[in-house]
Design a protein around this ligand. Structure first.
Ligand code: HPA
Length: 267
């Protein structure tokens, strides 16, 4: 067993989660709702990312959310920090190693739909990887030819939609297009993204979903919309805006996720 895996198993002290959440911007509040809280700093887990993005801590949080065991990754590595699309691979391998079967990712994103404004929550149904890179570059085994026809698990998606209905929370659906960042898109890139079928744009999640599928985990993801994408309003985009606006949709998404766990998730 890897050192990080052994340390995590020890810290979890019997918490038997089969689902992990990756907390994006605005979802930090969920940590406060976890009971029997266990926290392990990424610094103590070899291979875990030492992320430097403001607004993203770096720790594994585990315990019970709405009565169900869960592991949360608070803080993630982004491709734009170092140009390594596989930066989350060691952490996801550890999660898989400790028995995580379902990975639910959250992120902040810009919307291409005027009606899906800041504060909205979008269930990702599919993605577009137009980045030219892939976290499985260099993977030698034939497992690298991973199918992505149902990358976003239909069962988990249905359960999340049910949870949104139960909590009277509007849940948009759409296609997330991954841009490398860290610069935001240009208005021309956003027009291109729209033609290509994107509903939202963001700088994370896609490499993690590819890795999760590679590792045999079921994956799902939701975006909290922090802004209309470049060129859709008169104003310039900023990371400050992302941080300021993320908690709005984050609260809505937290309600959906809590209900998902309360209802027993998706078997
Ligand atoms: N583009 C890319 N990533 C983002 C955006 C955006 O407009 N908003 C939040 N994350």
């Amino acid at each position: 067993m890897k050192e990080a895996e052994a340390r995590l198993v020890e810290a979890l002290n019997g918490i038997a989660a089969d689902t992990a959440l990756v907390l994006g911007s605005g979802l930090g509040g969920l940590v406060d709702e976890v009971e029997n809280l266990v926290r392990v700093s990424y610094a103590d887990l070899p291979g875990f990312p030492q992320s430097g993005v403001t607004g993203h801590a770096g720790e594994v949080v585990a315990g019970h959310l709405a009565g169900a065991p869960v592991v949360m990754l608070s803080g993630r590595a982004h491709y734009y920090e170092h140009g390594n699309a596989a930066a989350m691979r060691p952490a996801l391998e550890v999660l898989s190693g400790i028995g995580i079967k379902k990975l639910i990712l959250t992120n902040a994103a810009g919307s291409l739909e005027p009606d899906m404004g800041p504060g909205s929550v979008m269930l990702i149904e599919d993605h577009i990887n137009f980045s030219g890179t892939n976290p499985l570059f260099g993977e030698p085994s034939d497992k690298r030819f991973v199918g992505l026809t149902e990358a976003y698990d239909p069962g988990i998606r249905a359960a999340l939609q049910k949870s949104a209905m139960e909590t009277d929370t509007e849940l948009f659906k759409g296609v997330y297009m991954w841009f490398s960042g860290p610069s935001f898109e240009t208005p021309a890139e956003i027009r291109m993204a729209r033609v290509m079928g994107a509903t939202a744009v963001g700088m994370s999640t896609v490499p993690e979903v590819i890795l999760a599928r590679f590792l045999g985990m079921r994956a799902a993801a939701c975006s909290v919309i922090t802004n209309l994408a470049a060129g859709m309003t008169g104003s310039e985009l900023s990371h400050q805006e992302t941080k300021d606006m993320a908690p709005l949709g984050g609260k809505r998404l937290a309600a959906i996720l809590k209900e998902y766990f309360r209802a027993g998730g998706n078997a």
